[in-house]
Design a binder for this molecule. Structure first.
Ligand code: SF4
Length: 295
């Protein structure tokens, strides 16, 4: 997508909020919060040039920890409200933040259709493999058998293979990052925000309070930058294989990228040839003549 640039560049302090962060010490949310601001500043975007939407969850408590246009929606519904905003004004980059709990349970239907629709937006998955806000409940991404507060004997269900699931939907952009590697996450977000269509960014993050199995140290040891090892993000089959094999190491980086497929709004027949976007066309219309037909 082409992003409108301003003549004077933004600074990190432009994104500062007077509201202090309340996440636990060592929470991965800090890394994602910092990398997001760095990416936006790096792209030359002021807080008034981007929309950030938040699902419910610990990460969602970050909705007032950054300046700018922000929307904190209902649990599991961050994708449709973000997609609606992006359709109304495709000139403005929209970033949606959601947790693994909401995104792969309550809101999983929205995720399916956002990927296949290729809406013009970035989706950042805060993936700590549990519902942290509700004190350590198992999510669909918690390892099968893992003992959690809500399931002291371990969850009986199979764990959802989230990357295999996303790749089965024919995505146009898939990346994976680790919240402890802020420089890499910053660069991934910069590419994702400019992507033509739906960019899925899976960020593995520590939750030291409730996730005792995928710790910061474990992620630090196992994550590696696949792009630096020569991975070609143009190959869908290779990207899927790389993303789903986490048996020894965990591949991070831009795993798949396809800029050829049009975004949803570009395919709308009724919008072809239009020089305006829907928000430009909002006006006061006299409906009285139409109303007569209804009485
Ligand atoms: Fe972060 Fe976990 Fe604490 Fe929530 S409970 S703020 S996810 S460390």
């Amino acid at each position: 997508m082409s992003i409108p640039l301003s003549t004077s560049g933004p600074k990190m302090q432009d994104y500062a909020s007077p509201v202090p962060c309340t996440w636990c010490d060592g929470c991965g949310d800090y890394g994602i919060w910092g990398a997001t601001q760095r990416a936006l500043v790096g792209l030359g975007l002021h807080p008034w040039q981007v929309l950030m939407c938040y699902d419910v969850g610990c990460h969602g408590n970050g909705a007032d920890k950054m300046s700018g246009y922000r929307f904190h929606g209902l649990h599991g519904r961050v994708i449709p409200l973000s997609a609606g905003a992006a359709l109304a004004n495709p000139r403005v980059p929209v970033i949606a933040f959601g947790g693994d709990g909401a995104s792969f349970s309550e809101g999983v239907g929205h995720l399916v259709h956002a990927v296949r629709s290729n809406y013009q937006m970035t989706f950042v998955l805060h993936n700590n493999a549990n519902y942290g806000l509700t004190t350590g409940q198992a999510s669909a991404l918690t390892a099968q058998g893992q003992k959690m507060n809500s399931s002291p004997n371990g969850i009986p269900e199979e764990t959802l293979n989230s990357m295999d699931f996303v790749f089965s939907l024919q995505p146009t952009f898939v990346a994976r990052a680790f919240s402890g590697n802020i420089p890499q996450l910053t660069e991934i977000l910069k590419v994702a925000i400019k992507h033509r269509g739906f960019a899925f960014v899976d960020v593995l993050q520590a939750c030291p309070t409730y996730n005792k199995f995928a710790t910061h140290e474990m992620l630090l040891e196992r994550c590696y930058d696949a792009n630096k090892e020569g991975h070609d993000p143009a190959d869908l089959a290779k990207a899927r294989a790389l993303a789903t094999d986490t048996s020894a190491r965990i591949a991070t980086g831009i795993l798949y990228q396809n800029e050829e497929r049009p975004a949803f709004h570009e395919r709308l027949v009724a919008r072809q040839g239009m020089t305006t976007v829907p928000v430009d066309e909002v006006g006061i219309v006299d409906m009285s003549e139409y109303m007569k037909e209804l009485v």
